[in-house]
Unconditional design. Structure first.
Length: 578
């Protein structure tokens, strides 16, 4: 290749690198010595750097351009490309320095100036950025973009009057423009000039009379000003003139929801649901406020209508995951657990990577007390998310409920291993392990886990109660058990279980009269059908030497479903066993 061909290739590559016209490289800025003996080396280095940049090897390109810029500091394009590479690595300081060098070497190149201005804005150097924009506006008065950027920069700095002046200058130079009108509207609102803001929107409304967004904007402005009469007036116009516009249907439904006009809200929601031009996300958004009500009742006519609408969205868009998740969540909120589980399973057939959906499905099965399904789903979830604590927690929970404490230990310990910054759940895991180890008669491990749970959450009434009850059954640390049981009752004074535990601790301390009072309170607090309470009360009466009453109470415990071996033995032999 001849030297002249090298020059042409170098020139073309330099232009390509910054997407500029011919003036991107000004060879007059470069010493003639560059085109003599060292020419081949410098161009070879440039070509290598540019090649690596163009094929996306930014790290290598950065090294080569850094070397090139150090050896040949008068090439503007090299500094420009080096700055862009540094920006990719978030090295804003050096990117800005190289952009500034490129501008100084070639002040006529607007692309260098644009890049330098961009970096000044990134660096919050707004005054310098504004100066650069002023230079660009002066050089290129027919370029609307520079004036708009300056106006937006003023707006960013909350220089509202100056920004307004810039936008008005643009409007005079380039004519009426929707973007400019909207920006002026925002400025007027910031300046609390509501009438001027509405005037700008009315200009757009007159220009685009069939576009409902402008009446809605005006209504929103009046809404923010608390002018309910004007809001009502605007929505009356929207209702009259834009009934078939999707955006109008959504806005009207939301308006009547705010007005607590349920019948009109439902009417417009129905129209929106039937309109094929209302997108799925907007349809879901219209149903969301209803789903979030605390008193959802599937027997209520409105709830049925809303659920049917949510179902129809899934039929309309069967592959839309948001629609499926929403319908499942709605069913869950309405306590239709069976159908909610079905819909969550449908979601997971499309996408099994969503941990929140797995969590909701497990929660639904827990509400249904469907331990078999919990085990199946939790095992699948654990395979997909082997380091997530939740599936192991549910596995342990299910095994505990199935009275298989041995099987519960490993998953519960794994859950503890993988838990992350969730102390309430961690405390619950330790407490559940305490239950499991107690059932297995590993009392040391049981106590250790209960202690760990209470260290994390010393006011957990359930843990306090269970720990106290287990100690009372073992007749160990009864003073500690008394304090824990009393604390649980302070937290939940009407709990039948906690009243019974406190009574049973008193029983083990030999305080039979006091024990009788608390256990009777437990029965009156909702324990009328709890056989264990009648058995405890029978034991108390036996200790109070009322043996016939004790036997009657043990018989009653049996009739209530309590069938443990000790109880049957007490009934048979008419005596208590300590």
């Amino acid at each position: 290749m001849t030297p002249s061909n090298y020059c042409i290739l170098f020139f073309l590559l330099a232009c390509l690198s910054c997407n500029t016209p011919k003036k991107a490289i000004h060879t007059s800025k470069v010493s003639s010595s560059y085109f003599q003996s060292d020419f081949t080396k410098e161009n070879e280095l440039f070509f290598r750097a540019e090649k690596e940049r163009l094929i996306g090897n930014s790290k290598t390109a950065l090294q080569l351009y850094t070397e090139f810029a150090a050896k040949y500091p008068k090439y503007a394009t090299a500094h420009y490309n080096l700055g862009k590479l540094q920006l990719l690595r978030n090295d804003l300081m050096n990117a800005e320095k190289n952009a500034e060098k490129a501008v100084k070497l070639d002040p006529e190149n607007k692309y260098y100036q644009e890049f330098y201005t961009q970096l000044l804005v990134y660096g919050n150097k707004y005054k310098l950025a504004e100066t650069q924009l002023d230079l660009l506006i002066k050089k290129y008065p027919k370029e609307e973009e520079y004036g708009f950027k300056k106006a937006m920069l003023c707006l960013k700095n909350k220089q509202y009057e100056q920004a307004l002046f810039c936008f008005e200058s643009l409007e005079k130079s380039f004519g009426f423009n929707e973007d400019i009108a909207l920006q002026k509207k925002n400025i007027y609102l910031n300046l609390e000039k509501v009438d001027s803001a509405i005037f700008e929107i009315n200009k757009l409304k007159a220009l685009y009379p069939y576009d409902v967004q402008y009446p809605i904007m005006i209504a929103d402005i009046y809404q923010s000003e608390g002018d309910s009469m004007q809001v009502k007036k605007m929505y009356a116009q929207i209702e009259l003139n834009y009934m078939h516009e999707p955006m109008a249907l959504v806005a009207l439904a939301q308006y009547y929801l705010q007005q607590n006009n349920t019948s009109k809200y439902l009417a417009y929601v129905k129209l929106a649901m039937q309109n094929q031009n209302v997108d799925i996300d907007n349809k879901l958004a219209l149903l969301m406020p209803f789903m979030q009500k605390n008193d959802l009742d599937t027997n209520h006519a409105e709830t049925k209508v809303m659920l049917e609408m949510a179902k129809n969205i899934t039929i309309e868009a069967p592959e839309n995951k948001n629609a499926l998740a929403f319908y499942a969540d709605f069913l869950y909120a309405a306590k239709n657990y069976q159908e909610a589980a079905h819909q969550y399973n449908n979601y997971l057939k499309i996408d099994s990577s969503s941990m929140p959906i797995w969590e909701n499905l497990l929660s639904v099965y827990a509400e249904m007390q469907n331990q078999d399904s919990i085990l199946i789903v939790a095992k699948k979830c654990a395979r997909l998310f082997p380091k997530n604590a939740l599936p192991y927690f549910y596995l342990g929970f299910a095994y505990i409920q199935r009275k298989e404490p041995t099987m519960a230990i490993v998953p519960l310990q794994k859950a503890i291993q993988y838990i992350d910054n969730n102390e309430p759940l961690l405390a619950q895991l330790y407490s559940t392990l305490g239950d499991a180890f107690y059932t297995l008669k590993n009392y040391a491990a049981s106590d250790s886990n209960f202690d760990a749970a209470l260290k994390l959450n010393p006011n957990d009434a359930s843990t306090l109660n269970n720990y106290a009850y287990y100690l009372s059954l073992r007749k160990e640390k009864l003073d500690v058990a008394m304090l824990m049981s009393k604390k649980s009752l302070t937290i939940q004074p009407q709990s039948k279980s906690y009243l019974d535990t406190y009574g049973w601790v008193l029983f083990q301390q030999g305080k039979y009269t006091d024990a009788k009072s608390y256990i009777e309170d437990a029965i009156h607090a909702g324990g009328e059908d709890d056989g264990a309470l009648y058995e405890h009360l029978g034991d108390v009466y036996y200790k109070l030497n009322e043996k016939d009453k004790a036997i009657d109470l043990w018989q009653k415990a049996k009739s209530k479903g309590e069938m443990n071996e000790i109880l049957l033995k007490k009934i048979k032999n008419k005596t208590i066993y300590d």
